[in-house]
Design a protein. Structure first.
Length: 747
C-alpha cells in the first residue's frame, strides 16, 4: 500500500483552478451540497437552527445574518453568538436552509461572502474552514498574518478573502491510498491515533467497502477534472474533527458526546456543479473504526462513499429533488455492506412512526429523519429479491422524476411501485404474523396501529359493536387496524367501501383457531364475514392494512367520504342447520339381468356462507361445515358385489360438499339444495361378473343431496324443512328416492 505525506499551510501555492474557485466563492457560487450522516437526534431542547429561525421570524436578525449563522452552526464556528448556540447533538442532517446558502452567496455583502468562503473549500485547500482558528477542529499551532490580513492568493486577479478569523491553523497530513489507488485517505498528524485509523480504514475500503459498492453500482467519478481535487484523481476522504471537547463545552450550553454533531459529509469537488460531479468526504475521526459487528468509521465511510458513487449519474431535475432517495439509498448501503453492525437501525423508528405520511415526505426543515429512515424501502426490495432495482432507479433518474424513476426501475424488474407498495406496507407491520424484518435482521420497530380494539360482549344489553376506520390517506401512505375478539363475539363483518376507490388497497390477515392465515389482498371485496360457529371461520384476531398506492397525484387521497371502512361484530351466532339426507338409487337391468342398489346417507351441518353475505341484505346462502357420508352398494343377479365406505365432510372454506339457498319470496320462505363436490375421489366398486370384474363409480355420489323443487317451502316456524320424493328414468329403469329433514340449531 502506497503512503504519502503532505503539508498544507495558509501560504501554500494554489493551482490556477483552485484560485479561480476561491475567487468565485468570494463573489457567490452554486448551492452548498452538504450531506450529513450521523445518529438521529434524541434531545428535545432547541437546536441552533431553530433558535436562528426564531430570531429571523421575530425580526431580531435579517436573512443574510441568519444564513451566515446557520453556516457557523454547521461547522461549530465560535463566531456564532452564544444566544444561538443550541443543542445540535444527534441531528440527522444539516437543514435545507443551510444547504441553500451557497445559492445566495452572490446576494450577500462582501464581508459575509469572505466569511463564508472557507466553508466551501476542502480541508486540503488553503483557507478552508479546517484552517480557521474559530471553526471546529483539534487545537494545532497557528500562524497569524500581519495586521490580521488574509493570506495573499497566488492568483493576483483573485479577490482577497477578508475574514474575521484572526489566525489560521497549520496542518500536516498523512495520506494512505486504497482501492488500488482510486481512494486516498487523509489524516491530520497532530491528532493522536488518526494516522493509524487512516491506515486501517484504507484497508477496510480496499477489502470490503469499495468492492461491495462498486460491485452493485459503479465507481465514482475521479476528481482530477474538478477544482477541489487535492492534487490527484483519487476520491479523497478526510478524517477531521468537526468539534473537540473543550470547544463543545464553550459552544453549547452543556457538554455532549465528543463525537460531534455529524459523523460524515459528502461534498462537491465543484461547489457550483450539482450533477455528475466528484465528491470529497469528511469523516469524523472521533468515532472508532467499526467493522462487521461494530459501528464506526467503516459505516460512515460506506454511507458517504455511496453518495459519491451515486453522484456520477445524471439527473432529470435538480439534485435536491432526489435528496430523499439519495439518503435512503446511502443509509441502506450501510446495511448491505455491514448487515450485522446495524448502524442504520437507529433511524428506523422514525419511518415506522410516519407510515401515515407520504413515503417520500421531506417537507420538514428541521430534524426530519425521514430521508434516512426510508432506507427500509430498499431494505425491503433486497429482502424480496428486487435489489437490482436499486441501481436501476438511479439510471432511470436521468429522464425521470423521483417516484417516476422508482416506478420505472421496478417495471424493468417485472413489477411496479403501485403493485409493490401495498405488499411493502403489509411487511411494515413487522410483528407476528408478518415479522420478516425482525426475523432476518433483528429489526424491532413496527408500524403504528391507529385503531386497536379488544371486542367483547357482557350481559344481554349490547347487540352490536361497530368501529368506523378513518381514512384521508395521502399518496404512498398506509394505516393499520388490529382487532381481537373474545369468545362472546360470534359474528364479525368487515365492510369495505374502498372498492370504489381505484387507488386504494386493502389487505387483511386473520387468525383462525390459533393459526394466522396468509396476508391476503381484499381490495376487490365489498365485505367479508366470519361466522364463528363454523370452525373454518372461528376468527380470533384481525389485522387490516389500508394503503394509498398511487404516487402520481399528491392531492389524490384515499377518502371514501361518509362511507368509511367499518368493522362490526355481534354476540349472535350465525346459526346452523343440522339434519340427515338419505338417497337410494335402484337400477334394474334385463340385459344383463341384475339389480344395483346404491345408498348414500349423509348427516350434515350447514352454516351461512360468509363469502356471500352482503351488508344490508338478508343472509340466504349456506354451505356444509361438517358431517359424515356413509355409502353402501349391493348388486344381485348376473353380477354381484357388496361394498361400503365412510367419508368425512371437511370444514373447509373452499370445499362446499353441498350448498343450500333459503330465501323469502312474497312473504314465504323457500329452500333449494344441491350437492357440491364430493370430498376427495369418487368412490368406486368392482362387480364380479361371468365375463370378469367390472369397475363402476358410485352413481349416488353425483347427486346425494337434492331437495324437492315442487315442494320447497320451509316449515311455518321458518326453522326446518324436509322432503320425500322420487325421480324415475325408464331407459334403463332407474329410480332415485330422496328423503331429508333439517332443523335449525342455534338460530
Amino acid at each position: 500500500m502506497c503512503r504519502g505525506e503532505r503539508v498544507i499551510t495558509p501560504l501554500a501555492m494554489r493551482s490556477t483552478r483552485a484560485a479561480a474557485l476561491i475567487a468565485v466563492l468570494a463573489l457567490g457560487a452554486g448551492p452548498l451540497d452538504t450531506d450529513v450522516h450521523h445518529r438521529p437526534r434524541d434531545a428535545q431542547s432547541p437546536s441552533s437552527y431553530q433558535l436562528i429561525s426564531a430570531a429571523l421570524a421575530q425580526g431580531r436578525i435579517d436573512a443574510e445574518t441568519a444564513h451566515k449563522y446557520r453556516i457557523f452552526a454547521a461547522f461549530t464556528d465560535e463566531r456564532l453568538p452564544l444566544e444561538y448556540r443550541g443543542d445540535d447533538s444527534g441531528l440527522a442532517e444539516v437543514p435545507g436552509s443551510v444547504e441553500a446558502v451557497g445559492e445566495l452567496l452572490s446576494t450577500f455583502s462582501a464581508q459575509t461572502r469572505a466569511e463564508l468562503a472557507p466553508f466551501f473549500l476542502s480541508p486540503a485547500d488553503p483557507g478552508s474552514w479546517l484552517h480557521l482558528e474559530t471553526a471546529g477542529g483539534e487545537p494545532v499551532p497557528t500562524r497569524r498574518e500581519p495586521d490580521g490580513a488574509a493570506p495573499e492568493p497566488d492568483d493576483p486577479d483573485a479577490p482577497a478573502l477578508t475574514s474575521a478569523a484572526p489566525a489560521t491553523r497549520v496542518i500536516e497530513w498523512h495520506t494512505v491510498l486504497a482501492a488500488g489507488g482510486k481512494v486516498k485517505v487523509w489524516a491530520q498528524k497532530h491528532i493522536d491515533g488518526d494516522s493509524a485509523k487512516a491506515e486501517a480504514l484504507a484497508r477496510e475500503i480496499t477489502t470490503t467497502i469499495w468492492p461491495a459498492l462498486t460491485g452493485l453500482f459503479w465507481e465514482p467519478l475521479p476528481d482530477d477534472a474538478f477544482p477541489l481535487n487535492s492534487g490527484g484523481p483519487e476520491t479523497d476522504i478526510f478524517l477531521v474533527r468537526p468539534i473537540f471537547t473543550a470547544q463543545r463545552a464553550a459552544f453549547n450550553r452543556r457538554v455532549y458526546n465528543t463525537q460531534g454533531a455529524w459523523a460524515g459529509l459528502a461534498r462537491r469537488t465543484d461547489p457550483m456543479q450539482c450533477q455528475q460531479t466528484a465528491r470529497y468526504l469528511l469523516v469524523n475521526s472521533a468515532h472508532p473504526l467499526g467493522g462487521a459487528t461494530t459501528i464506526g468509521l467503516a459505516q460512515i465511510t460506506t454511507h458517504e462513499l455511496a453518495h459519491s458513487v451515486i453522484a456520477r449519474m445524471p439527473l432529470h431535475r435538480q439534485c435536491n429533488h432526489y435528496r430523499f432517495i439519495d439518503e435512503a439509498t446511502a443509509t441502506w448501503t450501510e446495511h448491505r455492506v455491514y448487515p450485522r453492525a446495524q448502524s442504520e437501525q437507529p433511524y428506523a423508528p422514525n419511518f415506522f412512526d410516519s407510515t401515515h405520511k407520504p413515503f417520500d415526505d421531506d417537507s420538514q426543515e428541521e430534524f426530519d429523519d425521514n430521508a434516512y429512515a426510508a432506507y427500509v424501502f430498499p431494505f425491503y426490495l433486497q429482502l424480496v429479491g428486487l435489489e437490482g432495482a436499486i441501481p436501476t432507479m438511479w439510471r432511470k433518474f436521468e429522464d425521470h422524476d423521483r417516484l417516476d424513476g422508482i416506478d420505472a426501475a421496478l417495471r424493468a424488474h417485472g413489477t411496479s411501485l403501485e403493485e409493490v407498495y401495498p405488499e411493502f406496507a403489509v411487511r411494515n407491520l413487522n410483528q407476528i404474523p408478518v415479522d420478516e424484518y425482525r426475523r432476518t435482521d433483528a429489526l424491532l420497530p413496527r408500524a403504528v396501529i391507529s385503531v386497536s380494539a379488544r371486542v367483547a360482549f357482557q350481559g344481554t344489553g349490547a347487540t352490536e359493536y361497530e368501529k368506523l376506520i378513518a381514512m384521508g390517506m395521502p399518496y404512498l401512505a398506509s394505516r393499520y387496524a388490529h382487532f381481537q375478539f373474545e369468545r362472546s363475539v360470534r359474528t364479525v363483518t368487515f365492510d369495505n367501501p374502498l372498492v370504489a376507490v381505484p387507488h386504494a388497497a386493502v389487505w387483511g390477515i386473520a387468525k383462525i383457531r390459533g393459526q394466522w392465515q396468509p396476508a391476503a389482498d381484499w381490495s376487490k371485496d365489498e365485505s367479508r364475514t366470519w361466522c364463528r360457529d363454523d370452525r373454518a371461520e372461528d376468527i380470533e384476531e384481525l389485522y387490516l392494512v389500508f394503503v394509498n398506492r398511487q404516487w402520481q397525484n399528491a392531492a389524490l387521497l384515499v377518502d371514501p367520504g361518509a362511507h368509511l371502512p367499518t368493522l362490526t361484530a355481534t354476540p349472535a351466532g350465525c346459526g346452523g342447520l343440522v339434519g340427515i339426507s338419505d338417497m337410494v338409487t335402484t337400477l334394474v337391468s334385463t340385459d344383463p339381468a341384475l339389480t344395483i342398489v346404491e345408498s348414500v346417507k349423509a348427516d350434515m351441518r350447514f352454516v351461512l356462507d360468509s363469502t356471500l353475505i352482503t351488508r344490508g341484505q338478508p343472509a340466504e346462502y349456506w354451505k356444509t361445515a361438517g358431517g359424515t357420508l356413509r355409502w353402501h352398494v349391493q348388486v344381485t343377479g348376473q353380477c354381484s358385489v357388496f361394498a361400503e365406505g365412510v367419508v368425512a365432510i371437511p370444514s373447509l372454506s373452499d370445499d362446499h360438499v353441498a350448498t343450500l339457498h333459503i330465501w323469502n319470496e312474497n312473504g314465504r320462505m323457500h329452500h333449494s339444495g344441491t350437492n357440491g363436490p364430493w370430498p376427495g375421489d369418487l368412490p368406486q366398486y368392482t362387480l364380479s361378473c361371468p365375463e370378469g370384474p367390472v369397475e363402476r363409480v358410485l352413481t349416488g355420489a353425483l347427486g346425494f343431496f337434492v331437495t324437492d323443487f315442487a315442494q320447497d317451502s320451509l316449515a311455518t316456524d321458518g326453522k326446518s324443512f324436509g322432503g320425500n320424493f322420487a325421480i324415475t328414468d325408464h331407459a334403463p329403469a332407474i329410480t332415485t328416492t330422496h328423503k331429508y329433514l333439517f332443523r335449525c340449531r342455534g338460530c
